[in-house]
Write a protein that binds this ligand. Structure first.
Ligand SMILES: *Cc1c(COP(=O)(O)O)cnc(C)c1O
Length: 369
């Protein structure tokens, strides 16, 4: 996809990530001075583990090489075995489907709520069979799953819960951090995520036996999927600023929604209650009407300097050999076909830039008519 020459500057401002942070530079210099840059397993990782645990109010944190590995480790830690079933949404991060398969388990696909990217506790209840042992719930595109109800339902049904908070790190639900509601929570520090060290991830849990199983799994005589000292060092100052940047993203989302309205080409997921404050790795919307060609819309927005893209491809087309589908997954299919996403660095733009973005996106609709 190409950006017009006249739109390059806007594009560059709205895609500036990771940003130049003097505290990250200081951390890099410190690891250079101490020699930590050449190690893994040291003071930086130890401190980061404590800071993450305290931030999320959880007992145990296992750092690892990616969010994808973190999901696999979480499933292993919860005792998922070949032949078990694991419920996931029909629209989700592709790696989560594979993580279930990597555990030797079978994905069970359930639909997402209408106009959302997450499922409800009710939808989960209808999916459970005797082989069903666990659930992965991902908060996606700023849309937070009803995790309190889902956690209750899991308890009632005897299912283990993995809460994937890779896209909403720092979000608050009812006074608690996203990632702290399940039997295990998962974070990603991938190169585009809200906390970034190029790659990286973490598993959060309150349960010592789960933490212990994960540690043993990770240890192949040496740590098999480590996060390095250098990575931990650059993540620590970012964690200290996460709340402040998330607040800024949240108010940018409110501004964009106000400027673009609720009845335009972009349909937003329902706004959450006062008890909830989301975080935005991507701001998602459903593109309307169905006759608008999504790929053309995205290409045109990019050409004008607005960093948007399409959502996940979803799993509704996966063969029955690989998974069990519950119902027709109509909402998942619509999510796969109509989701457009704006990447979070754009949400750190100035009000002027965001007004410019809104104007550009509004005109795209006019052009389409
Ligand atoms: C990014 C992401 C992950 C993990 O990604 P990695 O790139 O492996 O760190 C998992 N789940 C969701 C929903 C994600 O967005």
């Amino acid at each position: 996809m190409t950006v017009d020459a006249s739109s390059q500057q806007l594009w560059r401002r709205l895609t500036d990530w990771p940003r130049n942070d003097p505290d990250v530079l200081a951390a890099l210099e410190e690891t250079f001075a101490t020699g930590d840059w050449g190690r893994y397993h040291g003071e930086q990782c130890k401190a980061f583990v404590q800071e993450l645990a305290s931030y999320h109010s959880v007992e145990h944190v296992q750092l690892c090489a990616s969010g994808t590995v973190a999901v696999e480790l979480a499933l292993h830690g919860l005792g998922i075995k070949p032949g078990d079933e694991v419920v996931i949404a029909g629209y989700d991060f592709p790696g989560n489907f594979r993580a279930v398969e990597a555990a030797g388990a079978r994905p069970v696909l359930i639909d997402v709520r209408d106009g959302c990217w997450t499922f409800s506790a009710e939808m989960l209840r209808a999916a459970v069979a005797s082989e069903t042992k666990a659930v992965i719930v991902s908060h996606l595109h700023g849309d937070l799953a009803p995790i309190l109800e889902i956690a209750d339902e899991c308890q009632r049904l005897g299912l283990k819960l993995v809460e994937d908070a890779c896209q909403v790190t720092g979000a608050m639900i009812d006074g608690k951090r996203a990632g702290s509601f399940g039997d295990a929570g998962v974070l990603s520090f991938g190169g585009s995520k809200l906390l970034t060290s190029g790659r990286g991830g973490a598993v959060l849990t309150d349960q010592p036996d789960v933490a212990q199983r994960i540690r043993i799994r990770n240890d192949r005589g040496n740590e098999a999927f480590p996060l390095s000292e250098l990575q931990a060092a650059v993540l620590r100052p970012q964690l200290r600023k996460l709340d402040e940047l998330n607040r800024q993203r949240l108010s940018s989302v409110a501004l964009l929604r106000k400027l673009l309205g609720e009845e335009g080409a972009l349909r937003w997921a329902p706004t959450s209650s006062d008890q909830i404050s989301s975080a935005y790795f991507k701001l998602g919307a459903f593109l309307e009407p169905q006759t608008v060609d999504r790929e053309a819309w995205v290409a045109e927005a990019v050409r004008r300097g607005v960093p948007v893209g399409s959502g996940f491809r979803g799993f509704y087309r996966r063969s029955a050999r690989r998974c069990r589908q519950v119902g027709e997954l109509v909402n998942s299919r619509r999510a796969s076909e109509r989701t457009v996403l704006m990447h979070h660095p754009a949400l750190l733009g100035t009000a002027e830039d965001l007004e410019c973005v809104a104007t550009i996106l509004e005109r795209l609709i006019v052009a389409d008519d």
